[in-house]
Ligand binder design. Structure first.
Ligand SMILES: [Zn+2]
Length: 84
């Protein structure tokens, strides 16, 4: 397997979608190639970060929740018939 084929296959390999025979060839290439392993490692870390971002509750969700709570509290801060 050459570098070009390896780089084309590496994305499927990370996703676990790569044909087992091709995966073996790719692993062999990564063991012997001088330039592909760093690219592979970088791609793995990017994928991992992407997945973590998707899984983790976003900051926006927290901010929206806080805004809703604040709105509710503001509504309750003016109860009817408070005068007196
Ligand atoms: Zn290579």
């Amino acid at each position: 397997m050459g570098c070009q084929a390896a780089r084309a296959a590496v994305s499927d390999y990370i996703d676990g979608d790569l044909d087992p025979a091709l995966a073996r060839l790719l692993e062999e290439h990564l063991r012997t190639c001088g330039t592909c392993p760093p690219l592979y490692a970088a791609l793995v870390s990017v994928r991992r970060r992407l997945r973590a971002t998707v899984m983790a509750p976003g900051k926006d969700a927290g901010a929206r929740m806080a805004a809703r709570v604040r709105t509710q509290l503001a509504g309750e801060a003016n109860p009817e018939g408070a005068a007196g």
